[in-house]
Design a protein around this ligand. Structure first.
Ligand code: SFD
Ligand code: AMP
Length: 610
C-alpha cells in the first residue's frame, strides 16, 4: 500500500478534543510542564464534539462559594435521578472541582448571563446556569491548543496500541487522517480516551435526509467505548442508555423551557397526565416515584404510557410563557444558540410557540456517560474517597494500565454535562502525569508487527470497495461489500427491534436480546466486508465498527440486568419490576480481546453520601 506512515512519540496522548479532551490537554500541561502532550481529534477541535454548535446552559455548576450547593448535594441529586445507582466517589470528585472549571471558562471569555438581583450567574435551575454559548467550544479549544505540543485534527483513531513488554498496559493509539489518508501511529506512555458518547446506535426517529439530525451529535460514534473495549477495559452500566423528552423533529432540548421559562406539558386534550400514571409507576418501582425531583426516566415513563393510551400528542405549553417578551426571546435564543435546527423546524412548519404549543416526543436511546445516564468505562476513583473495589492507583484510570477516561467515556458519573466532562478531563490528566512520573525510565514497547497489522486492517474497506466495485455496473448494491450507510441502517434496525428502541416502545426481554445478540455477532462477520469509496467513507466504516462494538456491549449488559431499573429508558418485559434485592448494584463487563467472549459481573454500589 502506498500509504505514508507518520510516527509521533509522546508522554500523553489525548484521544478526542471535545469537552473532556480539552480539559485533559489543559491540565496535563499544568502538572506536566516538560511532558510531550498530543491531541488526536477526528474533526477540527474548534467545532468538534457534542458542543460544536454551542450551548445555552452549563448544566453542572455547584455555586459552592455563593452558598448555593455542596458537592454532596449533587451526588444525592445524580443518585436519585439514576434510581440509586452511580459511582458516588467519582460523582463527588467531579462535583468538588467543577466550579473552578466554570470560573476558568469565564476568565477565558465565555459570556455568562448574570442575575440582576445578585450579580451572580443567572440560574436556569438548581444546577444549571445560563450562558451565551456559541463561542463555548472555540474557547476551550483555545485553552487546549495553548497547552498541547500539537493538536492533530482530522485523525480518526481506530485502535489503541498495547505495550508488548508488560501485560495489560496501553502503548498509544493508531488512526488515519480523513483528508490525506496518512496512517498515524502515536506511541504514548499514557492515553486519555475522551472520544464522546454514541448516537445512531438505535434507529432514530428522523428519517431520510433528516437522519443528520438527532439530539446527541450524529458524529458521536461510540469510539470512547469501542476503543476501550477492544483494549480489554471493563465497562459499567452500558445498559443504562438514555431516552430524552425533546421537541418534535428538531430534537430541541427541554431544560431551559421547563426550568427557566416554567413551561409545562399536557396531553392532546389539555390535561396534565403525570399523576394519571402515579399508581402504575409505583407498582413498577415502589417509593422511587416519590423522590424529588422525579427521576428523568420516570417522567419519560408517564409520557410513553400516555402516548400508548392514545392521548397524544404531548404538548409543551409555551403560549403562556411566550407572552412575556423576555421569555419569548430566551425561548428562541436557546435554540438559535444550541440547536438551530429546532428553530428552523418551527419556522418551516409554521409553529410560533407564542400562538401554538409545540409537540414533544421521546427520543431514540443514546449511549453516553454525562447526562441523566452513566454508561462507560469502569475507572478508578480518587485515593482520598474511594473504597477498595473502586480504587487501583490512579484517578480515572480504566482497568488497563495507563489508559484513562473523561466525559462520556467514564461510567458512573451521571449529570456531569459539559462542565463536568471538562473537569473529568482535568482530573484524568493530573493522574496520568503522576502515572508517567511513577514509571520513571520504564519504556513502552510497541513492535512494528502490531503497527503493521493494524495498518492492514484499517485500510481494508478501501480495498473491499475497489475490488468489489468491478462486479456491478451501477448503483449501490453489491454482492461483495456493504456500504457504511447500509451497515448502519442494519445495525440500527437490530438494536431498535431487539434491544428496546422506539418501534417497540423501548421494550425487550431475554429472548429478544438473545436473538439480537446473535444478529449482532453475525453482523460483526459481515462488517469485515464493508466497502469504503473514499477516505470519508473509510471514516464512516470505522465509526460503524465502533458503533457495533458499543451496541454489543449495550445488548450484553441489558441481558445481564434482570430487572427494569429505569422504566422510560427501557423495559425488560420478562422482569418488569425494579428489584433492589438482587440488582441494587453496578454491572460490569469485559470482552476478551483474543476470544471476543464477554464476561459479566456485579459490582457493589457504595453510598458514600447519606
Ligand atoms: O441541555 C474522536 N450537552 C449539554 N451540556 C451542558 O452542560 N449544557 C447543555 O445545555 C447541554 N445540552 C446539550 C448537550 C449536548 C448536545 C449535543 C445538545 C445539547 C444538543 C452535553 C455535553 O455536550 C456533553 O456532556 C459533553 O460534550 C461530553 O463531553 P465529551 O468530551 O465526553 O464528548 P464530546 O464533547 O462530544 O467530545 C468527543 C470528541 O471526540 C472526538 N472523537 N477523535 C478521534 N478519534 C475518534 N475515533 C473519535 N471519535 C470521536 C469528537 O470529534 C469530539 O471532539 S442539553 O440538551 O443536555
Ligand atoms: P435537557 O435540556 O432536557 O437536556 O435538560 C437540561 C437540564 O435540565 C438537565 O440537568 C436536566 O436534568 C434538567 N431538566 C430537564 N427537564 C427537567 C424537568 N422537567 N425537571 C427537572 N429538571 C429537568
Amino acid at each position: 500500500m502506498g500509504i505514508k506512515t507518520v510516527y509521533e512519540d509522546c508522554d500523553i496522548l489525548v484521544v478526542g478534543g471535545g469537552m473532556g479532551g480539552t480539559g485533559a490537554a489543559y491540565e496535563a500541561r499544568y502538572w506536566g510542564r516538560d511532558m510531550k502532550i498530543i491531541v488526536a481529534e477526528k474533526a477540527n477541535i474548534d467545532r468538534s464534539g457534542a458542543v460544536a454548535q454551542g450551548l445555552y446552559a452549563i448544566n453542572c455548576y455547584m455555586g459552592t462559594q455563593w452558598g448555593e450547593n455542596n458537592p454532596e448535594d449533587h451526588v444525592r441529586y445524580a443518585r436519585n435521578d439514576l434510581m440509586g445507582l452511580v459511582r458516588e466517589d467519582l460523582a463527588f470528585d467531579m462535583a468538588r472541582h467543577v466550579d473552578s472549571a466554570v470560573h476558568k471558562f469565564e476568565d477565558w471569555g465565555l459570556p455568562f448571563m448574570k442575575s440582576a438581583e445578585t450579580g451572580q450567574y443567572l440560574r436556569e435551575g438548581k444546577w444549571q446556569i445560563m450562558i451565551h454559548g456559541e463561542s463555548y467550544k472555540p474557547i476551550v479549544a483555545d485553552a487546549a491548543r495553548k497547552s498541547a505540543d500539537k493538536i492533530y485534527n482530522r485523525i480518526m483513531v481506530t485502535h489503541l496500541l498495547m505495550d508488548e513488554s508488560r501485560d495489560n498496559r496501553v502503548g498509544g493509539a493508531v488512526g488515519f487522517n480523513c483528508r490525506t489518508g496518512d496512517y498515524h501511529v502515536f506511541r504514548a506512555k499514557a492515553v486519555i480516551v475522551a472520544a464522546g458518547g454514541a448516537s445512531h446506535i438505535f434507529k432514530p426517529r428522523s428519517v431520510g435526509e433528516g437522519m443528520g439530525r438527532t439530539w446527541y451529535a450524529p458524529w458521536s460514534s461510540g469510539s470512547a467505548y469501542a476503543l476501550s473495549i477492544q483494549a480489554g477495559a471493563k465497562m459499567t452500566q452500558m445498559e443504562n442508555r438514555i431516552v430524552l423528552a425533546r421537541f418534535k423533529d428538531g430534537y430541541g432540548p427541554v431544560g431551559a423551557y421547563f426550568l427557566h421559562l416554567k413551561t409545562y406539558t399536557q396531553n392532546a386534550y389539555g390535561n396534565e397526565y403525570e399523576t394519571t400514571w402515579y399508581e402504575d409507576t409505583k407498582a413498577l418501582v415502589g417509593e422511587y416515584i416519590d423522590h424529588q425531583p422525579t427521576p428523568t426516566c420516570l417522567r419519560n415513563h408517564a409520557f410513553i404510557q400516555e402516548m400508548k393510551a392514545g392521548r397524544g400528542p404531548i404538548y409543551m405549553v409555551t403560549k403562556e410563557a411566550f407572552q412575556d417578551p423576555h421569555l419569548e426571546e430566551v425561548g428562541w435564543e436557546n435554540f438559535l444558540g444550541m440547536t438551530v435546527s429546532q428553530a428552523v423546524v418551527w419556522a418551516s412548519q409554521d409553529i410560533d410557540p407564542k400562538y401554538t404549543n409545540p409537540e414533544l416526543t421521546t427520543s431514540e436511546p443514546y449511549v453516553m456517560g454525562s447526562h441523566a445516564t452513566c454508561s462507560g468505562a469502569w475507572c478508578s476513583g480518587p485515593e482520598d474517597l474511594s473504597p477498595e473495589e473502586y480504587f487501583w492507583g490512579y484517578n480515572r484510570m480504566m482497568t488497563v494500565d495507563g489508559l484513562f477516561g473523561a466525559g462520556d467515556a467514564v461510567g458512573g458519573t451521571a449529570h456531569a454535562f459539559s462542565s463536568g466532562s471538562f473537569t473529568e478531563g482535568r482530573l484524568a490528566a493530573k493522574a496520568a502525569v503522576k502515572y508517567i512520573n511513577d514509571l520513571k525510565d520504564e519504556k513502552i514497547n510497541v513492535t512494528d508487527k502490531q503497527v503493521d497489522d493494524f495498518k492492514e486492517e484499517i485500510y481494508q474497506p478501501l480495498d473491499n470497495y475497489k475490488i468489489g466495485r468491478n462486479e456491478i455496473v451501477g448503483g449501490t448494491v453489491s454482492p461483495s461489500y456493504l456500504l457504511p450507510i447500509q451497515g448502519l441502517q442494519r445495525l440500527e434496525k437490530v438494536m431498535d427491534e431487539y434491544v428496546g428502541g422506539i418501534s417497540v416502545n423501548y421494550m425487550t426481554n431475554d429472548k429478544m436480546l438473545e436473538r439480537g445478540i446473535e444478529l449482532l455477532d453475525i453482523m460483526e462477520e459481515d462488517f469485515e466486508h464493508i466497502g469504503a469509496e473514499d477516505l470519508h467513507q473509510l471514516m464512516r466504516a470505522w465509526e460503524l465498527k465502533h458503533r457495533l462494538l458499543t451496541s454489543q456491549s449495550v445488548a450484553q449488559h441489558t441481558m445481564f440486568r434482570e430487572e427494569t431499573r429505569w422504566p422510560g429508558y427501557y423495559y425488560r418485559g420478562d422482569h418488569m419490576q425494579l428489584d433492589d434485592d438482587n440488582w441494587h448494584c453496578l454491572t460490569l463487563s469485559r470482552r476478551d480481546p483474543e476470544t471476543r467472549e464477554w464476561t459479566m459481573e456485579k459490582a457493589p454500589v457504595y453510598h458514600l453520601v447519606d
